[in-house]
Ligand binder design. Structure first.
Ligand code: NDP
Ligand code: ZN
Length: 352
């Protein structure tokens, strides 16, 4: 079958592959909607996870089951399914310690377009189908569901990790699809003021719809100075990093947090080897400002819960979709659009 792949660092192209073997607990899926992720861009053009050869890209998909293994009980061919970007090995010890996204090795729950072929092809393989797939509920569109599998799951984890007190204040740095999902999560978790740093007009619009109360333009001065100005010098309870760079962002994040606050990172760090924490602003290491981080949560229950949130209308995942393509061959255009990040883009989807 045909798939769109990373041929090597800096190079993409179409490849032909054999349909993968379906193990007894596994499933083979035909995607019906896929979306490229900023992480695919880091992987191909920044070589952020190292060299990969002819690996099919993509880890955001909704699809239809075409085959299941003999031990799969919850799914049959023809079922419409939500496929999480992260598909843990649920019997691994890291899952039992409470970190399913880190099973088998650090970041090991992230399989598609990391160390196995991803979802940008006519077929793809899912391990542990009963634990990793969720039925697509009626009332949720393919493109809406496709925004849950990585964007909502990651962004909302950013807000869950941020220890937001009820009525507390939050700063979200970066308002691409991940930062916007973090804003949605912060509102659901009871934040009062939500400061959102970013400039793309379409993102600013959705940030306000998801619950941002103040927009900060990081190009017009440092974020921490602007946050201090807006909070009578106090800073915020929680900071979520969902964009920015290694030069400024961590300094701005720590400097924006109150003593006792939390900085929660979901950004995929690339471009330099070290992260610098500003010593004085961090209270010489004694400020009780905690730093948390994580990889997108995967698995069936996470998908079912996010779908349930969307279905009761708490927030609308489809607001993240700004561009729709049709047909497998358009995956290439969608990925390059994600690379260029035009002003009117949040997320493209490709319907198949
Ligand atoms: P986008 O590129 O769409 O958004 C990045 C945001 O950061 C934009 O709002 C941009 O602003 C803003 N930004 C850029 N430079 C700065 C700066 N100097 N200071 C502050 N803000 C800045 O990315 P996504 O939302 O798609 O993804 C965000 C990150 O999350 C990526 O690194 C991605 O790889 C990662 N990710 C992590 C996952 C995880 O499991 N932890 C899973 C999925 C993604 P502007 O509006 O001006 O463009
Ligand atoms: Zn991703």
């Amino acid at each position: 079958f045909k798939g769109f792949a990373m041929k090597k660092i800096g190079e993409t192209g179409w490849v032909e592959k054999e349909v993968p073997k379906c193990g007894p607990m596994d499933a083979i899926i035909k995607p019906t909607c896929v979306s490229p992720c900023t992480s695919d861009i880091h992987t191909v053009w920044e070589g952020a996870i190292g060299e990969r050869t002819d690996m099919i890209l993509g880890h955001e998909a909704v699809g239809e089951v075409v085959e299941v293994g003999s031990l799969v009980t919850k799914f049959s061919p023809g079922d419409k399914v939500i496929v999480p970007a992260i598909t843990p090995d649920w019997d691994d010890e890291a899952a039992q310690r409470g970190f399913p996204s880190q099973t088998t090795e650090p970041l090991g729950g992230w399989k598609f377009s990391n160390f196995k072929d991803g979802v940008f092809g006519e077929r793809f393989h899912v391990n542990m189908a009963d634990g990793n797939l969720a039925h697509l509920p009626e009332g949720l569109s393919d493109e809406g569901a496709c925004m849950l599998v990585d964007m909502w799951s990651t962004g909302m984890m950013g807000s869950e990790n941020a220890d937001i007190p009820l009525g507390g204040t939050v700063l979200v740095i970066g308002i691409g699809a991940v930062g916007l999902s973090a804003i949605a999560g912060a509102k659901l978790l009871g934040a009062s003021k939500i400061f959102a740093a970013g400039t793309r007009p379409i993102s600013v619009k959705v940030a306000k719809e998801y619950g941002a109360t103040d927009i900060i333009n990081y190009k017009e001065g440092t974020i921490d100075e602007q946050v201090r100005d807006l909070t009578n010098g106090e800073g915020v309870d929680s900071v979520i990093i969902a964009g920015g760079n290694l030069e400024n962002t961590w300094k701005e994040a720590i400097s924006s947090a109150k003593a006792g606050g939390t900085v929660s990172n979901v950004n995929y760090l690339s471009g330099a080897d070290n992260v610098f924490i500003p010593r004085v602003e961090w209270g010489c290491g004694m400020s009780n400002i905690n730093i948390k981080n994580g990889l997108c949560p995967g698995g069936a229950v996470r998908m079912e819960r996010l779908a349930a949130l969307a279905l009761v209308g708490r927030q609308d995942p489809e607001l993240l979709v700004t561009h729709k393509f049709r047909g497998l061959e358009k995956i290439e255009d969608a990925l390059y659009l994600m690379k260029e990040k035009p002003k009117d883009l949040i997320k493209p989807v490709v319907l198949l």
